[in-house]
Design a binder for this molecule. Structure first.
Ligand code: MTE
Length: 393
């Protein structure tokens, strides 16, 4: 791991924004308040959720830092930062979302294992870097390759952080070679976030960003890229971040029976209200985010103030004041849309939001039907309760 150090304790953690709600201190896992998410289309770096499985690595010598690309390929390569910077630079606006987003709400049905998260384990950033498809060409793998001559079908990303789930070893994950070599999949080796060099929390000096895919595959503090035959056998691919049916519990789980999660399903959440909020009777503006995975845009967001009997369609936007037009050339397929709608609330109510993506996938109505023991992918209708009373809203 030239140039990078992986501390084994939490003595050298970076400073963080005091607004973040800390869900676990060591490793550091934190999310911004709901209202921070909707205050700007691009999430400020210091308010972006932080999801870690070990202490944050340190760069001790950026000139020596390199990523080793290896596996059964013609030319292995040590990729230095200057090599990455020489490749064409792309800015991709993409929402990164942890598969555990909204886990706390799933826990109310029945206990699940994992760090609790409200609705803010996601953020929308402009990631700047080189396309992985261009990087892989440097080692002789052409664009749009699904299997190499030697039968390799997957690309594994290995970090240097020390994770207890990996028995002190590094975090790792893989994606299909076909996705890695597809320039339209926009998989990046990113060195910038919102126009600034990545900071330590988010993977400095170099991280993978896999748009449209659960955050767990966007490996931070990249150390090596392996071209491999089968998908990565690491803990976070094989014994975590898989979705089981509600019938599976810890005494009958068979991890091998499920594939690792890759694309994120359609999701939305109301961010202008906490659960439960006290409001004045009358018109209120409901605001939130909606996003789907796999490059699918958002077709519609519906809001109900009567528990789901009647629905109003919310308006969607990516920049304040400019309406969102699905399939517009400027609309970004990997990024969230924000939504807003004015509703009239005269009595205590349950306000619900649900989104539909461009493939007509819709969020499930109830969390009970998608409950799973790891508490992943809670994409059920988002519900908040409001009480009528005296408030400053
Ligand atoms: N990469 C490494 N090396 N170590 C990690 O713990 N966490 C993953 C992913 N990449 C992780 C990692 C998970 S589960 C998520 S959701 C995202 O990083 C979070 O990225 P962020 O902290 O930049 O928001």
């Amino acid at each position: 791991m030239p140039g990078l150090t992986a501390p084994s304790d939490y003595c050298r953690e970076p400073l963080r924004h005091p607004c973040l709600k800390i869900n676990s201190k060591e490793p550091f896992n934190a999310e911004p308040p709901r209202s921070a998410l909707i205050s700007s289309y691009v999430t400020p770096v210091d308010l972006f959720y932080k999801r870690n499985h070990g202490p944050i690595p340190l760069v001790d010598d950026i000139d020596r830092y390199c990523v080793t690309i290896r596996g059964l390929i013609e030319n292995s390569k040590d990729l230095f930062m200057e090599d990455v910077r020489k490749l064409p630079k792309y800015n991709v606006t993409a929402t990164l979302q942890c598969a555990g987003n909204r886990r706390t709400a799933m826990c109310k049905t029945k206990t699940v294992r994992g760090v609790g998260w409200d609705v803010s384990a996601l953020g929308n950033a402009i990631w700047g870097g080189a396309k992985l498809a261009d990087v892989l060409e440097l080692v002789g793998i052409p664009k749009n390759t699904s299997v190499t001559k030697s039968g390799r079908k997957h690309v594994e990303f290995v970090s240097i952080d020390k994770c207890k789930e990996e028995k002190g070893g590094p975090y790792k994950a893989s994606i299909a070679l076909s996705q890695a070599t597809n320039p339209d999949a926009d998989v990046l080796l990113a060195y910038e976030m919102n126009g600034e060099p990545l900071n330590r929390d988010h993977g400095y000096p170099l991280r993978v960003v896999v748009p449209g895919v659960i955050g767990a595959r966007s490996v931070k503090w990249l150390d090596a890229i392996n071209i491999i035959a089968e998908e990565c056998q690491g803990f976070f691919m094989q014994k975590d971040y898989k979705m089981f049916p509600p019938s599976v519990d810890w005494d009958n789980i068979n991890w091998d029976s499920r594939r690792p999660l890759i694309d994120f399903p359609v999701q939305c959440a109301i961010c202008s209200l906490e659960d439960v909020d006290v409001i004045k009777p009358g018109k209120i503006k409901i605001t939130g985010y909606a996003v789907s995975g796999g490059g699918r845009g958002i077709e519609r967001v519906d809001v109900s103030v009567d528990g789901g009997k009647n629905w109003l369609e919310a308006s969607r936007y990516q920049q304040t004041g400019i309406p969102y037009i699905a399939d517009d050339m400027n609309c970004d397929k990997w990024a969230w849309v924000l939504f807003e709608v004015i509703v009239d609330v005269s009595h205590n109510a349950q306000i619900i939001a649900k989104a539909v993506d461009s493939a007509a996938n819709v969020q499930p109505e109830n969390v009970e039907t998608i409950w799973n023991l790891r508490g992943v992918l809670n994409t059920s209708w988002h519900r908040v309760h409001v009480q009528i009373g005296h408030s400053n809203m």
